[in-house]
Design a binder for this molecule. Structure first.
Ligand SMILES: N=c1c2ncn([C@@H]3O[C@H](COP(=O)(O)OP(=O)(O)OP(=O)(O)O)[C@@H](O)[C@H]3O)c2ncn1[C@@H]1O[C@H](COP(=O)(O)O)[C@@H](O)[C@H]1O
Length: 132
């Protein structure tokens, strides 16, 4: 059994190795989202979302979350097409979550950093350490 905050098995990359993983699409998308923050709403879907405000963006995140879980249920015993539909819905959910962060002048990087920080820490062990 692994120690609570011990390093992960040697077959897993370290969090510093993870930091250098290819993030180019997320970085590029974050830059586009930043540029759209004050663009004309009629020219851009992202600009239109920003223009409508945080509540509309949160509504879209909730809607995409629901569509993703429905797609996951279909994909569980489903066809390749249903598995592909789940990928598309998950991409919609991630995309709208990135718009949400961008609206609040944030981006994906602190989220990736947080996942990297948690990497190799057992969820069970972390939870039991909270109450000590
Ligand atoms: N990755 C995406 C992306 N994923 C999904 N979507 C859009 O998200 C919307 C979700 O579809 P829905 O049917 O749920 O929503 P809707 O009915 O069109 O909208 P509502 O009336 O419900 O608000 C669609 O319009 C999709 O085209 C995206 N729109 C843009 N991007 C990226 O953002 C960049 C900037 O986009 P623009 O701002 O449109 O230039 C693009 O180059 C892409 O890289």
């Amino acid at each position: 059994m692994q120690d609570t905050y011990s390093s992960q098995p040697s077959s897993q990359p370290s969090s510093s190795q993870l930091a250098s993983a290819d993030q180019s699409i997320l970085d590029a998308l974050a830059e586009v989202l930043r540029q759209r923050r004050h663009a004309a709403p009629e020219d851009s879907y992202v600009a239109a979302l920003h223009h409508k405000g945080l509540n509309k963006i949160l509504e879209k995140v909730g809607e995409e979350a629901t569509e993703t879980l429905l797609a996951a249920k279909d994909a569980e015993h489903g066809t390749e097409a249903q598995r592909h539909a789940l990928v598309a819905e998950t991409a919609d959910l991630w995309f709208h979550s990135l718009v949400m962060l961008s609206h609040l002048d944030m981006d994906h990087q602190p989220v990736l950093d947080e996942l990297a920080r948690r990497f190799g820490i057992s969820g069970h062990a972390e939870k039991s350490a909270r109450s000590q």
